[in-house]
Design a protein around this ligand. Structure first.
Ligand SMILES: [Cu+2]
Length: 374
């Protein structure tokens, strides 16, 4: 098949022609030394099969062996587990990675409520998500939903996050949780790096791992976390992500606060026939989050790019300080993994749109309603 033929010009083994022949939303996954082109419905299963073949690296329980080719003295370093700063506390979470049938357009009738247009189905696919559990994984605490639970802490605290790999047997593969914004040692990075993988970089099927992360003064803000195991590109694209909010010590919560992940769900990822441009796994106003606020409230909306596109976070009727500086904006671009926070005192009641200002994204679902009462 052309899509997997190795060419001299492309040592990846996939080939330019194969990549171009793949459908919209195609992406290349390098999984445990194999190149898998996820370019059309059905390819996700190939990536899952490749991920299932990835063996636990020797160092995943402690540190890489000195004999690994390319090993460096840094690979032999040992690290402790951080504790809270004086006056800080430990914020503990239990979270499992699981699979769920996810509806991109759950409201019926299935419509784009902005344009008043019916949208043809199907809109269900098999998502991987992080689900909050009660202490000791005794029971479910939150929904199996996209995004995963938002982790909250203050400067000086540590986040202690117990992660269990509860993917069903059919999708059995290693996963991790990789955070942004917090401080962590390599053991708690949550990244699979082949033979250099350390403790938290490979949570095998049925296993648990506890990450411990520090909230520094520089950690204040809203950040993503996501899978960074052997199959991280596909798994993040299909829902294995969530958010972290870190406040200065004692700082009040905004009256209204929302994490908004901008990302696409395309046929190679979902097995569906078309691309949906999503916010938090949902497409089209009325399905995407409807945000509500009252005049006078302190509002913080955190938009994060969670695919391989650039987006433009636009809110009608409102302005905010760009990056906290003196310039104002009402439309701010965000790249993959990047956060834009729109924070303002609400002063403009009515029904408003918020959306990505890339038109092809906006018109394929990346839009929602913001409802402000007096
Ligand atoms: Cu966009």
């Amino acid at each position: 098949m052309a899509g997997t033929k190795r060419t001299d010009s492309d040592p990846s083994g996939v080939g330019r022609r194969g990549f171009l022949a793949a459908g919209a939303g195609a992406f290349l996954c390098t999984i445990g030394g194999e190149n898998i082109l996820v370019g059309k419905p059905g390819d996700a299963a190939k990536a899952d099969a490749a991920a299932a073949r990835v063996k636990r690296p020797a160092g995943a329980k402690s540190r890489p062996a000195a004999t690994v080719p390319g090993a460096d003295p840094v690979d032999q370093l040992r690290f402790g587990t951080p504790t809270p700063q004086p006056g800080g506390r430990t914020r503990e979470y239990w979270i499992q990675a699981t699979a769920v049938v996810w509806d991109i357009m759950p409201n019926r009738p299935r419509r784009d409520y902005w344009h008043g247009m019916p949208v043809a189905g199907p809109t269900n696919f098999r998502a991987f998500v992080y689900q909050e559990m009660t202490e000791g994984f005794a029971d479910t605490k939150g929904p199996a939903a996209m995004p995963g639970p938002t982790l909250h802490c203050e400067v000086g605290d540590v986040l202690k996050v117990h992660v269990r790999n509860a993917l069903p047997d059919k999708y059995a593969q290693a996963i991790t949780m990789h955070p942004h914004g917090v401080r962590y040692t390599p053991d708690y990075d949550g990244s699979y790096i082949g033979d250099f993988t350390r403790a938290g970089g490979f949570i095998g099927p049925g296993e648990e791992f506890t990450y411990t992360w520090e909230a520094l003064p520089e950690s204040v803000g809203a950040w993503p976390y996501h899978d960074h195991g052997p199959n991280h590109t596909l798994n993040t694209m299909r829902g294995l992500y969530g958010g972290i909010i870190i406040r200065p010590k004692g700082a009040p919560k905004p009256d209204v606060e929302k994490m908004l992940f901008f990302h696409s769900l395309s046929p190679p990822t979902t097995g569906l026939t078309r691309v949906f441009q999503c916010i938090n796994g949902r497409a089209y106003a009325g399905n995407t989050p409807t945000i509500r606020a009252k005049a006078g409230q302190d509002v913080a909306l955190h938009a994060i790019g969670m695919d391989d596109n650039f987006h433009d976070f636009h809110i009608h009727g409102h302005r905010w300080h760009k990056d906290g500086g003196s310039f104002m904006t009402d439309c701010q671009s965000l790249g993959p993994g990047e956060t834009v926070t729109a924070r303002f005192v609400e002063d403009n009641p009515g029904r408003w749109l918020y959306h990505c200002h890339v038109f092809s994204h906006q018109d394929n679902g990346m839009a929602g309603f913001y409802l402000v009462t007096r």
